[in-house]
Design a protein around this ligand. Sequence first.
Ligand SMILES: O=C(O)CCC(=O)C(=O)O
Length: 282
Amino acid sequence: MPSSWPVERYGVHLQNQSGTPVDQAVEAIRLLGFAVVEGNFCLEELTKISSAFDQMLAATRQSHGGYEELAKIDEQNTIRAPLVSEPIFLDLALHPTVLAICRRLLGAYVLLNQQNGIINPPNAERYNQGAYHRDLPYQHFVSSHPLMVNALFCLDPFTAQNGATYVLPASHKSEAFPSDAVINACQQQIGAAKGSFIIMDSMLFHRGGVNSTDRARRAVNQTYSIPFIRQQIDLPAALGPSYTSDPEVRKLLGYDVSTPRSVAAYYADRHTKLSTKTTKRR
Ligand SMILES: O=C(O)CCC(=O)C(=O)O
């Protein structure tokens, strides 16, 4: 159906106003649970990310026992925390539009909860993201405020043929997984251009589609959460204490929310926090 501008309506005297792409994404995510936003990468940047991804996949398989060994734990199609070995993926995690949307939805304190390279394998092979799930799995409640947001970076174009992601629109607002009949009637496949992000409320039910082409469909799934939710991999431990001195990047990566390992460490943290507060007030 062609869209009209302004949209025709009657009996309406209250309407949301969303002027910018960030406003529009935030509004759509609140309403439906997902939005697609442009990454605005140039071809050269996409080529760099693409070859870093392929190198990381080869390195992951090589250093963790090979494809067959990883397949035993269903990890052959995932690159865990690529930013730990390759700084180009830190840049991806720091994408300004993604962070702006996350901060609008989650609040000022945003934690990078996970970053995973995802391979949807060719020739209709099944893979670990091909079944419906929430990215906060096993959770069956509705929160009045988003807890976690996904930014699924499309390293290849997402199409019906290569297994673009399916979503159940607005399912982030339902406790239960919908019935199979309703799923089959309401699921929506999201086509997206190479270099764009599919941004979702992490409570939205979604899955990868079937890739019936002869080429892998690649993506990087990044999730951003409120700081109470623990990271999938302890990034400060994996990166080491002096990875970066930028306070905003340290905060995003979780350096400021590690769990004290003893009562003495808890008191030491309190001293640091309170003295920083006092210094700031002066
Ligand atoms: O590969 C996809 O299309 C979906 C990825 C996904 O579901 C996930 O990483 O949680």
